[in-house]
Design a protein around this ligand. Structure first.
Ligand code: NAD
Length: 347
């Protein structure tokens, strides 16, 4: 398994491999860039088919966090942790505590938080052994879960994209196709419903679908049909890679704005979307609400400051859309350029 010549290696500052035979822990922490501050990014627990797959994922995800925090104007760098294992079978308090010991050993260069396969409760256990576990705030409405803030920035960003592409300030009567009504998708559906949008939803968990039907009057379609429905906006809120050679020809929307990370299977799909006159809203700009929330949990600044920061996502998107139009570039390319201008050591 190569590291320095790995296709996803992007001058990461540090990659640490952690093993604890007693608890079965196998984890990798990748710290991509700390020029703006300590690296912060979630801890994903996933039954990777191979160690190589886990390494690929952590290298790619940690790089993405550098870009996300830089564009969100946070004094944070990019890092990520992956635990190789099935969260339903292999997770234990002892394993999480051992990970906490290892993270403490990194002396604050990496701060962890929730991701797929880990929860607020897991962060509390990791936090028994390290000062560098975020996303836990006892006694608050969501207990530190960043999902409501992620849904909020996705919602206001979606509105900004609709204004840009369709020239209207409201969502009344617009149809949004929502893929995934889990943590973020549920809160986003609520915002959209309250704003008067019609919802077409899909999920692979029936209980999540039923909740969207009961509370928001959503129309349900099978997972494979969501791409081709008649909708003004497509909002991917399930998993990555959903804009690909199979789905692109099916799309009828004019705007894509969702919370899922890494929606474009490859960057070329951003250019192909532009060719189809579909406005793609760069995912990591839109879903930055979660990392902003966690940064404010750590800094202890008040709710008003947090709200202002969450709303600033709209100006950032306007800046991206303006530069993209002026330079004839796809928005995801401009987002990357702006992020690199912010976190690069030469900046
Ligand atoms: P989640 O697991 O709670 O929700 C995802 C939903 O998608 C689930 O209901 C799941 O059943 C559904 N799903 C999975 N595969 C599907 C498929 N093939 N078709 C349809 N539905 C499917 O996760 P979440 O926390 O809501 O995160 C959603 C996305 O947003 C993820 O890509 C995540 O990386 C990203 N994100 C989340 C946050 C956050 O604060 N939670 C922050 C930034 C980015």
């Amino acid at each position: 398994m190569n590291l320095f010549s790995h296709p996803e290696f992007d001058n990461h500052e540090q990659v640490a491999f952690f093993r604890d035979a007693k608890t079965g822990l196998k984890a990798i922490v990748a710290i991509h860039n700390t020029h703006l501050g300590p690296s912060l990014g979630g801890c994903r627990m996933w039954p990777y088919a191979s160690d190589a797959d886990a390494l690929t994922d952590v290298l790619r995800l940690s790089r993405g966090m550098t870009y996300k925090s830089a564009l969100a104007g946070l004094p944070l760098g990019g890092g990520k942790c992956v635990i190789i294992g099935d969260p339903r079978k292999d997770k234990s308090a002892a394993l999480l505590q051992r990970l906490g010991d290892f993270i403490e050993g990194l002396s604050g260069a990496y701060i962890t938080a929730e991701d797929s396969g880990t929860s607020v409760a897991d962060m509390a256990v990791i936090g028994q052994r390290t000062r560098f576990a975020a996303g836990v705030v006892e006694g608050t409405e969501h207990g530190g879960d960043p999902s409501p803030s992620t849904a909020y920035t996705t919602f206001v960003g979606l509105k900004t994209a609709v204004r840009q592409r369709l020239g209207r300030d409201d969502l009344n009567g617009l149809t949004v196709a929502l893929q995934g009504v889990g943590n973020v998708g549920y809160y986003l559906a609520r915002h959209l419903h309250q704003a008067g949008a019609e919802l077409i939803v899909t999920d692979i968990v029936d209980a999540n679908l039923q909740r969207a039907v009961d509370e928001f009057g959503a129309h349900v379609v099978a997972p494979e049909l969501i791409f081709g429905v008649d909708a003004d906006v497509f909002s991917p809120c399930a998993m990555g890679g959903v804009i690909n050679e199979h789905t692109l020809p099916q799309l009828k929307c004019t705007v894509i704005a969702g919370a899922a990370n890494n929606q474009l299977a490859t960057p070329e799909f951003g250019e192909l979307l532009m060719g189809k006159e579909i406005l793609y809203t760069p995912d990591y700009v839109l879903n930055a609400g979660g990392i902003i929330d966690i940064a404010y949990q750590r800094s202890g600044e008040g709710a008003a400051a947090l709200q202002q920061h969450l709303d600033s996502i709209c100006q950032r998107l306007e800046q991206i859309f303006e530069r993209a139009a002026a330079q004839g570039l796809p928005p995801h390319v401009v987002a990357d350029q702006l992020a690199e201008e912010t976190f690069s050591p030469a900046a």
